[in-house]
Design a protein around this ligand. Structure first.
Ligand code: AMP
Ligand code: MG
Length: 493
């Protein structure tokens, strides 16, 4: 299918096209956002708007509130709820956008295509028993973390706006309602393929795969076996993505197949969190009782999800089932090595290594093991190593660390790069600032409980340039005191 464009200008510079609505009916349900009582803008992302070719500064507060609540729908938008399925904690379920609306695809002046999606915009055909709404704090949480991920150079959906609705949502208590505007390369998930195969068999999967290739991986359309190539490409993107997560200490929390994007972006920020002290077993999500999606299990779970994608593609990969299974299995089995290559190459950068030696994996493992034994802060330890001189902290005088440090220094000597280049490489890959849970929670409660947006704005400013050394933001580097530690995060549905 070709992505014909029918550009039409609109308020604020919107240029909607709706290629998804040109897919067969069963892929979506037309659905306008359900109007809200009294929308009010709490945050607009002007930098992102600028990069999309939008000018939100021309809008009055009321216009912006109406636009980002869905109370007014741009003329050229054709809002829909997307159908999808997914394996949630290993169990298959039919899902779909139960509280989200795809407003349309915005075409930027340079011709890039982005989904513009409202989250929390009311009930849809797929809401099941849910109210279709979202509370303010979780929407701000997605805003903070997705924008932080972007600044950390990790592929991610973005956040353009958050508005409050003037309505309350009923959760364990009454909470202020809100709508997030999410921007993404697309919302095609592994779960969309799982939906397609069950809804319309191989033909539906073919239509969806062709669409995904057109939209994300045009270079694959002329390969000998585009569907096998698509599988390989998604494996590559997911392996690269999850390696980045581990390098930065990120735990997604709900790696269900409906939350894994075909484009390779991080999507769906629910109970996600960054770890403070290094511990591979870390799990924050209140609903992840068994630790299925714990920090160190994320590569395995990504591979598990990719096997679900592979299953949907079998009839397209080869008409002979056995051959298709062999090819798909071979593809899925490439994941661990591709992942390991990405991980190792990223970890080398974190340690200032420009060259490759066989002992590098061992050197990295020894550091991580020391960090685990001593419960050192993941982010701060790597950042400390990236400074010209180590800080005076007692932990760096520990004999085990001193021995490791000597090995590392000897390894650095065996490459020709200057110590300046080493430090530059390290500082570009070891952030000073991550969205630490206690600071995120502090900003969210100030905003959602007291209407005070100053801590949120400050935190967002600090997170905008996480690799820089800005004295004003040193405070954001401090790990939580025992009393501030966040042990659990919640989905916020
Ligand atoms: P998530 O955990 O955000 O990935 O959501 C999983 C599924 O539950 C998706 O199909 C959502 O659309 C749906 N869902 C989550 N919250 C609500 C809600 N408040 N109302 C209706 N559907 C919801
Ligand atoms: Mg989801």
């Amino acid at each position: 299918m070709k992505l014909d464009t029918q550009p039409a200008n609109n308020i604020a510079g919107w240029c909607f096209d709706n290629s998804y609505t040109r897919l067969p009916d069963y892929f979506y349900a037309p659905q306008n956002p359900v109007p809200v009582r009294a929308p009010h803008v709490v945050i607009l992302n002007h930098a992102l708007a600028g990069s999309l070719g939008l000018d939100l500064r021309t809008l009055s507060d009321a216009e912006a509130a109406a636009l980002f609540s869905g109370n007014t729908v741009p003329e050229t938008a054709h809002p829909i709820a997307q159908a999808y399925a997914g394996h949630q904690f290993g169990h298959f379920t039919m899902l779909g956008d139960g509280r989200a609306i795809l407003l349309g695809e915005h075409l930027t002046p340079s011709g890039e295509r982005f989904d513009i999606q409202f989250k929390g915009s009311g009930q849809t055909l797929f809401s099941r028993r849910g109210d279709g709404r979202a509370a303010l704090a979780p929407m701000l949480r997605e805003y903070i973390i997705s924008e932080a991920m972007h600044a950390l150079h990790i592929p991610t959906t973005r956040s353009l706006a958050v508005v409050t609705t003037g309505e309350q949502v009923v959760r364990e208590t009454l909470l202020p309602g809100a709508i997030l505007t999410r921007v993404s390369a697309s919302h095609i998930r592994i779960g969309t393929f799982e939906y397609a195969v069950r809804q319309g068999g191989a033909e539906a999967v073919r239509i969806l795969a062709d669409y995904a290739i057109q939209r994300h991986y045009l270079d694959l359309s002329n390969t000998e076996n585009p569907y096998l190539s698509l599988l390989h490409r998604v494996i590559e993107r997911q392996a690269a993505l999850v390696a980045r997560w581990l390098q930065i200490g990120f735990i997604h929390g709900v790696m269900n197949t409906d939350n894994m994007s075909i484009s390779g972006e991080t999507i769906d920020y629910g109970p996600c969190a960054f770890m403070d002290a290094y511990d591979p077993h870390t799990v924050f999500s209140s609903i992840d009782q068994s630790g299925r999606y714990r920090y160190s299990n994320q590569p395995l779970m990504a591979q598990w999800n990719l096997a679900r994608l592979a299953e949907t593609l079998l009839p397209l990969i080869d008409p002979v089932q056995e051959k298709a299974v062999t090819l798909a299995e071979e593809a899925v089995h490439t994941f661990p090595q591709i992942y390991q290559n990405h991980w190792l190459s990223g970890m080398r950068k974190k340690l200032g290594l420009f060259t490759e030696e066989d002992g590098d994996a061992g050197l990295i493992a020894a550091l991580l093991n020391w960090m685990y034994q001593n419960q050192t802060d993941y982010t701060n330890t790597f950042r400390a190593l990236s400074a010209e001189t180590l800080p005076g902290d007692a932990m760096f005088h520990n004999p085990e660390f001193i021995a490791w440090h000597a090995q590392w220094q000897a390894r650095l000597e065996r490459q020709s790069e200057s110590s300046d280049s080493v430090l530059r490489l390290m500082q570009a890959h070891n952030p000073a600032i991550i969205p630490r849970n206690h600071r995120v929670e502090e900003a969210l409660s100030a905003a959602a409980e007291r209407g005070d947006y100053a801590p949120l704005q400050q935190l967002l400013a600090a997170l905008a340039d996480p690799y820089a050394d800005v004295p004003e933001y040193y405070d954001y580097r401090t790990p939580p005191a025992p009393s501030e530690r966040v042990y659990q995060t919640f989905c916020g549905t």
